[in-house]
Each structure stands twice: as C-alpha cells, then as structure tokens.
Design a protein around this ligand. Structure first.
Ligand code: UTP
Ligand code: MN
Length: 498
C-alpha cells in the first residue's frame, strides 16, 4: 500500500534498546516495521521515540534486518547517512524506505503510518562517474510521485526515446511504445544529466533496450537505430500523415499501404474520402502544424473568456493542458468551462460556439454532446477520452490581438493564423477531476490512474475517484482534494511535465 522505493543496504549488528522494558503494546500496523537510526538521534531519544511508536501500535525493531520496511533517521544529510548505511549494511535490502524524522512525526501525529511522500525520503544524490557509492534508485516508478518540470537535463536521450516510442505506436506495438514513454518520463524527472551508464543502473522503468540506446548516445552522440528510423520511409510517411488534424495512425497506415507517400498523393487520389475534420486539417495544415506560442494562448484566453461571459456571465474559464503546465509552445490550447449551477453547463458550449460563429472566427467545429452518466461509473477501462461535452475547434486568431505578434512563418503577411482550441465543459461537481485529467501530461495522468489502482485500490478517471474497498465515490472540489484522497503529495501543474 505504501510506495517503497528500492534502496540498498542492509543487515546490521544489533544494539539492543532497553531490553528490560516490558512489551505489552498492541500491534496495529503489521505491514510496517520501523528501525530508528541512533546516529544523531542519540540513545535516550531513540528509546523515547521507540516507546512512543510502540504505544501507538507500531512495530519498532531494535535491529536492522531484512524485515524492516521503514528506516527513520534524524540525520537527513543524505551523503553521511548513506555512507553509514553502506558501511553497516553490506547486503542489498530491496523495498526499504529511508526516511527523515518528518515521516515519523507525521505518523505519530496521525496515529498511523502516513503514506511515504518524496519530501520524507532521504535520497542519495545521483552518482557521478567514479562515485564511491553504488547508484541507488530513489526515483519512484510512478510519474505522479516525481516532480517533473520543463527543465529536461536529458534531452538527447529523451528525444531519441520519443522517436522510438512513436515508431512503435505507428506499428501498433503498445508495450514497447509505453516502455519508451515511461523511460522518457523517468529521465525527464532527473535533477541532472546522466553522464554514465552506471547512473541509470537502479532507475525504474529502464530496460535493456533503453539502456542500449543511452549507451550509444553516450558513446557516439547518437543512436543508430533512431537515425535509421528517421530516414525510414514508413516512419517519415506516418509522421507526415499524422501531422494532419483528424489523421491518426490507423488512417496513415491505410494510406501508406495504398502506396501514398505525400499530401499531393492523397489530395489527387479521388478514391480517397476525407472526412470534414481531415478536410479542415489539410486546409489549415500550415498553421496548425506550427506550434502555438504562450502569447497566442493568452490572447485566445481573452477570446474564449469574452465569448463565454457573453453567453453565460456566471460561467468560469480555466486554461488547462500544456499551457497550464507552463509550456512555452503547444499543439493546441485547452480550456475547461463550467457554470456554478449544476446542469447549466449543458447549453454552455453550443451557445459559445454560436457566439464564436457570430464573431466570424470559427473556422472549424466538432461538437460532441455530453454522454456523462454517473450511473455508468466507475469505469474500469478509462483511456483518455471522457464523456463530458466538448468541442474541437479551429479558430482564426488576429495578429493585432497577440502581444508581440503571431508565431508565423517568415513572410506571412495575412495578419492572422488558424489555431486549434479544445473546450470541455464538465458539470461543476466534476470540475476538479476534469481539471486534473486535462492538465496532463498524458504520462502523468496514466501513472496517476495506475497508482490509484495498484497502490490504493481506487479507480480514477476524468469523472470521479472511486474507492473499491469502501465501495464509494470520493468527493473533491479541488485538485488538492484528489491528491489527498490518493495519499499523494500535491504537485503543482508545472511539476507535472512527466
Ligand atoms: P493535449 O493533447 O492537448 O496535450 O491534452 P498537452 O499536454 O496540452 O500538450 P500539447 O497540446 O501537445 O502542447 C491535454 C490533456 O488532456 C487530456 C490528455 O490526456 C492530456 O493529458 N485529454 C485530452 C483528455 O483527458 N481527454 C481528451 O478527450 C483529450
Ligand atoms: Mn493541449
């Protein structure tokens, strides 16, 4: 139930603590076995804390054995503690939490072992080449327990991984695709660059294949497998076709198999029927395939704010997606709109769409009415698409409305560009779940759901959080409420760039 990063060290010579004290405390938490490090703490404080914990139903071992699950130390200087642990613990002990005293005091206050959060962990610094310490995994296997900012120190590896992940996706190979996405996400979360293969030794989610790529990039500055892919006709064609709004890997595959290789191949083939979304995708391809800047996103926010408040003054608009995570560029701009009155959100999007049409800036609209039904929850097979009312739009954005002008091709004198915008409108009591789900990143969301399921026995999606043991839905009006229900340390949107 608790997240247990894998940390090595182990068995220790014993130093019994107050063996004379009679033990008649009732054990309440059988799965948790503490060991308090005497160093820095001192013998008498250790005795006091030991008895305090035992009186609250905790098991506290006098000796460091491989049954210990939580090592607590008052000395939170990672390097000296780890040096000491290494000395007195020659064997590896997987599945032990090495924690500072704050975890202990939190647990005593709550009267139960609180969930281990990253702030409690005494993490060993990432080893550098020639480091005397063995590299150690203190990085969580779950993206939702790693703070991932936009500062990526391992871009040369993650760029390579992303090409491989994409290529597996194009070939419908879900597992290796996900493996490379997970590995990408782990490397993005690291506080510094990986400089030797040894530094990855105990990182989670890195398999043989990913390590081979890392090794190549370290040695040669590039991966041959990736270079080959980048010049591969299938990869290039899929990349081109899927860059069109409305074209996914399945359509790209169909076209590729028919021998089509370029846009003109498609547009001149009269046996091909393009749906409305794809037609708009081709029509506005130049604009839409160009990244949207943060300044453009801000300007669109005023446009959407204006349209929403014009039709429903009490409605709220929130920026979500990549720009809410602080990205400088994105492929679209995502907003959540809702009304304080439950049920009023139903007419919101159709009215907003009408308003945008009236303003003459609606270039494309795909509106999907809500199919949300609380009675159909919990949904065991959630994958990204939710049932809220939403619309996928292409809007015309005027250069004059954007601070510093448009992010446009050089020589473009139109004075406007087309931009992809998504609006979603959940009922207000589902707002926090929708916001959490749409803020992303995709990998962060995947791991939140996986963490909820595997570690907490709960089902999370964009609609709700369901506790399988209690057989009940857990209410939340903010994202913080949801993190708290999951026993997770809160992460700000800008820390969710997994
Ligand atoms: P995006 O695809 O817009 O990604 O989905 P992004 O993170 O904003 O990055 P850009 O746009 O490429 O810069 C935003 C989030 O919304 C969720 C996705 O899972 C992602 O986390 N989403 C999207 C849903 O939950 N449901 C949907 O129907 C679509
Ligand atoms: Mn987006």
């Amino acid at each position: 139930m608790f997240h247990t990063p894998i940390v090595p060290f182990a068995r220790k010579r014993s130093r019994p603590v107050e063996a004379a004290v009679p033990r008649h405390d009732v054990v309440k938490f059988k799965d948790v076995r503490l060991y308090l490090v005497e160093r820095k703490m001192g013998c008498s404080r250790r005795n006091f804390l030991t008895q305090l914990a035992r009186s609250k139903g905790f098991i506290v071992d006098d000796n460091l054995s491989d049954e210990v699950t939580h090592v607590v130390s008052e000395d939170s200087r990672a390097s000296s503690l780890w040096k000491w642990l290494k000395e007195c613990a020659p064997k590896n002990l997987p599945g032990v939490n090495v924690l500072d005293i704050s975890w202990f005091t939190d647990s005593m206050r709550e009267g139960r072992p609180v969930a281990v959060e990253t702030k409690h962990l005494i993490q060993i610094p990432l080893p550098t080449e020639g480091s005397p310490l063995t590299p150690v995994a203190t990085v969580s296997r779950y993206a939702c327990q790693r703070r991932t900012t936009l500062e990526n120190h391992n871009k040369k590896f993650t760029d390579a991984f992303e090409v491989l992940a994409e290529s597996y996706e194009f070939n419908n190979m879900e597992r290796p695709c996900l493996a490379f996405r997970r590995a990408t996400s782990v490397l993005k979360s690291l506080p510094c660059a990986v400089r030797c293969l040894g530094a990855t030794q105990d990182l989670p989610c890195l398999g043989q294949h990913t390590k081979k790529v890392i090794e190549e990039v370290l040695q040669c500055g590039r991966s041959f497998e990736v270079e080959e892919l980048l010049s591969d006709e299938r990869y290039q064609t899929f990349k081109l076709f899927t860059s069109v709004f409305g074209v996914g890997p399945k359509t790209a595959e169909k076209w590729f198999c028919r021998g089509l290789r370029s846009f003109s191949d498609i547009l001149t083939d009269h046996s091909i029927h393009l749906n409305r979304m794809q037609q708009s995708g081709f029509l506005h391809h130049g604009d839409i395939s160009r990244a949207v800047s943060a300044a453009e996103a801000r300007s669109l926010r005023s446009v959407i704010d204006g349209a929403v408040h014009c039709v429903t003054p009490a409605a709220t608009v929130a920026l979500t997606g990549g720009f809410h995570r602080g990205k400088e560029f994105g492929h679209d701009v995502d907003f959540i709109v809702t009304t304080p009155e439950l049920g009023e959100e139903e007419s919101l999007l159709p009215n907003v769409i009408d308003e945008l049409k009236k303003q003459g800036i609606l270039l494309y609209c795909n509106y999907q009415a809500s199919t949300f039904d609380m009675r159909k929850l919990p949904n065991h097979h959630f994958e990204a698409m939710d049932n809220f009312a939403k619309c996928f739009l292409i809007l015309r954005l005027e250069s004059s409305q954007v601070e510093g002008g448009l992010h446009c091709a050089e020589g473009d004198i139109r004075g406007w560009r087309a931009v992809r915008v998504d609006l979603v409108s959940p009922p207000v009591d589902r707002y926090a779940f929708a916001l959490l789900g749409w803020t992303g990143s995709r990998q962060f969301e995947r791991d939140l759901r996986r963490f909820a399921q595997v570690e907490r026995g709960m089902i999370l999606d964009n609609h709700a959080l369901y506790d399988k043991k209690k057989k009940e839905f857990l209410a939340a009006s903010t994202e913080k409420d949801i993190f708290a229900h999951l026993g997770l340390e809160y992460m700000e949107p800008w820390q969710r760039n997994a």
